[in-house]
Design a protein around this ligand. Structure first.
Ligand SMILES: C[S@@+](CC[C@H](N)C(=O)[O-])C[C@H]1O[C@@H](n2cnc3c(N)ncnc32)[C@H](O)[C@@H]1O
Length: 240
């Protein structure tokens, strides 16, 4: 078994244990009072979705983004939730049934091996991509599947720049749900995501959120869509 396989197995086991209470405990993620809902709204807004659009929620977990996505794509749109962990998808299925949504389908798959359907209007991933060792490849695969003008948005946590290493490690060790936290901190997967999105997307924006503890990276294939982050601490760069 390779190190990547071991990390993946550990991650599945961790989320199997967390799935039942994830909707409650995630409100404390990564810390009580963290503006997670505001960040989710910003990420969904960055997709520039319209009624009838098709959107993939990569590593969707229990489907906490589904209500926000439903609101913009409407009953004529389509949402595909993809996740590695069966127990998280079971909770997502409960949410779908409780809300009577008929336009959401779920796929159990590793993001790294997921065959993105061609011509999707948007891809979203929240609080998950930095856990995927092959995050840069996933960004690239997704970008190629987007329709012209289609949008990719990744929201996730990061270690703030200019933070002493030991403080960053202590903080992330407390909040992260998987064991290889040192590896995460040293590897800086948000940098890989940033570079991949910059390379793969026609326009690109990078917004630091909540004192640099999170980022929203977004871009489109083809034409650009304006992005309104509404965050006083936001700083955006445009490249691509
Ligand atoms: C912190 S949860 C976030 C869930 C959801 N996106 C949210 O915002 O609440 C991380 C999720 O990523 C999923 N995940 C981690 N690695 C994955 C991978 N390689 N492929 C697909 N899903 C993955 C886990 O199963 C888990 O459901």
């Amino acid at each position: 078994m390779t190190q990547v396989d071991r990390t993946r197995e550990h991650l599945i086991e961790t989320y199997r244990k967390k799935a039942k209470h994830y909707d409650v405990t995630s409100r404390l993620y990564p810390a009580p009072g963290y503006p997670q809902r505001t960040q989710r709204l910003q990420a969904v807004r960055a997709l520039g979705l319209r009624p009838g659009d098709t959107v993939i929620d990569m590593a969707c977990g229990t489907g906490l983004n589904f209500p926000l996505l439903e609101k913009v794509v409407g009953p004529g749109g389509r949402i595909v939730g993809v996740d590695l962990t069966d127990a998280m998808l079971a909770r997502a299925q409960d949410r779908i049934e409780t809300n009577g949504w008929s336009n959401i389908s779920l796929v159990q798959a590793d993001a790294a091996g997921f065959d993105f359907p061609p011509g999707v209007d948007a891809i979203l991933s929240t609080y998950a991509m930095t856990q995927v060792p092959e995050c840069a490849e996933v960004v690239a695969h997704g970008a190629k599947a987007l329709s012209g003008g289609g949008r990719w948005a990744v929201l996730d946590l990061k270690v703030p720049d200019n933070t002493p290493g030991w403080i960053a490690q202590l903080g992330t060790a407390i909040v992260r749900p998987f064991a290889s936290i040192d590896e995460w901190t040293m590897r800086r997967p948000w940098d890989a995501i940033r570079v991949a999105m910059q390379e793969e997307l026609a326009d690109f924006s990078w917004t630091e959120l909540f004192f640099g503890t999170a980022f929203l990276a977004a871009g489109s294939r083809g034409r650009s869509v304006s992005m309104d982050t509404d965050s006083p601490s936001a700083s955006a760069e445009v490249g691509g």
